[in-house]
Design a protein around this ligand. Structure first.
Ligand code: NI
Length: 177
């Protein structure tokens, strides 16, 4: 086994799932841009890639801070710290979403088609990204996590109930299996 693989195995973080309190918290701003923040970001990248995700927010791995990472084709890997969505398009788009914290469940969600987001990088430097398509989708989904919001909360009541039922069914199967 190579050193790189050892490292990635060690860095794999546990992902909290629906029902865990931390997913419902409003996360705190990041104030210190130090090596422990960089270490967390690296571990989040590894965890996201291992789980085949395109985005991962800090509360999903147990850290209640305003940070998420993405890995989107044609954009690549990027950490967004203290992100703020400063513009959203009037135009909406509908796309199927899933979440590493709600494995196995997917649903179409309507959101603004494009956004402008401002955030800080691991050194604290401010950057701005104008995003549309999948990137805009992932940014909004991950930003929601920092406010304790999950994609199922964006559905109408009937669909939310269906998702909750499907989740409970899966939970029962997990317990008996
Ligand atoms: Ni998610």
């Amino acid at each position: 086994m190579t050193v790189g693989l050892w490292y990635s195995l060690l860095a794999m973080l546990d992902i909290y799932t629906l029902g865990d309190e931390i997913l419902r918290e409003r996360c705190k701003p990041v104030k210190t841009f130090d090596s422990s923040l960089s270490t967390l970001i690296d571990a989040m990248y590894t965890t996201m890639v291992e789980a085949n995700g395109v985005g991962l927010a800090a509360p999903q791995v147990g850290a209640d801070i305003r940070l998420f990472v993405v890995d989107v084709p044609d954009f690549g890997k990027r950490a967004f710290i203290n992100p703020q969505i400063i513009e959203t398009s009037m135009e909406l788009s509908c796309m199927e979403e899933g979440c590493l914290s709600i494995p196995g469940l997917f649903h179409d969600v309507e959101r603004p088609a494009s956004v402008v987001v401002q955030a800080q990088d691991p050194n604290g430097k401010v950057f701005t990204v104008k995003a549309d398509g999948l990137l805009a989708r992932v940014i909004q989904h991950e930003n929601d996590h920092l406010n304790g919001v999950l994609f199922i909360d964006r559905l109408d009541t009937v669909e939310q109930e269906k998702m909750q039922k499907a989740w409970q069914k899966r939970a029962k199967r997990r317990q008996s299996g």
